[in-house]
Design a protein around this ligand. Sequence first.
Ligand code: FES
Ligand code: FES
Length: 165
Amino acid sequence: MTRAETNRNKCEIALTVNGKAVTVRAYAMERLLDVLRHELGLTGTKEGCGEGECGSCSILMDGKLVNSCLIPALQANGADIVTIEGLAAVERLHALQQAFLECGGAQCGICTPGMILAAHHLMCEEPRPTLDEIREGLSGNLCRCTGYTQILEAVAEAARRGAAT
Ligand code: FES
Ligand code: FES
C-alpha cells in the first residue's frame, strides 16, 4: 500500500487536548494512547498492560477517568482530553505531583501519571477523601514498585494541602 493510500484510510479527528484544539489523522480503531504518544508527542501517558488492566494509560476524557489503551481514536472525536502534561501550570508542579515527589510516591514512574490523574479525578469529586476513598479511587491503577504506601500518603498529603482547589 502506498503512503497516499495509507493516509486515505485514516480519518480526521478533532479533539481538545490539555485545553488546545488539535486535529490528527488516525485510523478509526487506532488506540487513543498511541495517538497521544506518537501523533501528539504526549509521552507522559504510559503503556503498561495494553489491555485495560493496569491504569498506566489513564487520562481524563470529558471529565471521566478512562484507559486510553481501550479507546479507539474515532471515539475521541470532539472530546475534551486531559493528560498528565495538562495538569501542571507552566514551570510549577501540580500539588499532587509535588506530594508524589516529596512522599516517594514514584519509583520507576510507569504508573505515576495514571495514579496522579486518578487521584486528581477523585479529588475533583471529593476534595478531602478518606484513606479508604483514596484506596478505592486508585483501585484501577496498579504499581509494581512502591507497595502503594507512599502513593496513598502522597495523595493524602496533597488532599491536606487542598490540591483540588
Ligand atoms: S496500558 Fe492501559 S490499562 Fe494498562
Ligand atoms: S512506580 Fe513503578 S510501577 Fe509504580
